[in-house]
Design a protein. Sequence first.
Length: 349
Amino acid sequence: MPVLRRVGLFGVVPLVVIAVAAFGWYRLSDTGRDWRYRDRLAGFCQGLVPEAESAVFTGHEESRLGRDRHVPEHDGLRWEQCKVAGLSLVIGDVADTVTNDGDGAGFLTLLHRGSAEQPVALGGGWEGYTDLRNTAVVLPCADRRSSVLVAADSDEALAGPAEARQAARLVTATAVRAARHYGCDAKPGGAVPPVPRPDGETVPENVTGTCAGIPVATAVDRGEVNWIKKTDGSGTAPVEECVLGKTVAFSAAAYHFHANFGPYAQRLRTTRYDGGYGSDGYGTKAESGLHAADAWATARCPGSTARALFVAHATEYAAPTKSFLKASLRAFAERAAKRHGCTDLRLPR
């Protein structure tokens, strides 16, 4: 019997040594780290985050995956929220009827948190944009009245166009997975091309791109404007902007113009507050309007039954007239609507 015990012990000890070595390899080796990362991704954010594109930001460190939140379907919206290193992701299946309930942690509220840079189109056949902090893509569903939207908000401004392109690759790859997950018949784009750096301030004589047609000379003559910021206006970004500004002790925006499509228009036009709807006066029932410092228009666009929103907004550094707001909005909205194939443009009278 003692001999049998010794034989059994000699058989068990190697197995224990092998198990300890295997565990150490799994916990400490690079290959083991990659396996653990893939294991975590399988159940992280509904399995929608791709390995290769996310590892660019996490270095395959599973500890850099966090804030995993799943929101079940409600009133035409189902979505996920998670964090990949310094990028906060929101991934949603958004029906055209979804409204913004004003919840600061709600899906529509989290879109487009603001950046000092203007949005530029991603290209590559994607309906998407980046402003070097926020990056997003929209995939309209051909089989139903909804869109899959994936947006990434960086904790800090990305270092430049190269990093923005990496974020775009993560967002677009996630969107493809999300469309399959949500059963959305969508047409994805291709490889994301190099991302251009947003234009800086330029002289107001160079009124092209998203600022084209706006009667900037009128604002220049009144002393309100001595620079503009614009982008090319490709017709594939879900948000487009033009800014007219002037330099006082610092650079200050005098007029903001922005075009919003699909869920980005829904975000602004359906914000619920004080028991009603509307954001800065862009109410759900009003298809156009004019206030002392704002004018807005709407249009019907392909891919969504939610009407697009076009806005001209004057800041405290401007002295707007109704005629200038209306003429500026018309020029901005007509061109943006044409780029996106929109019809039935409703302008304020």
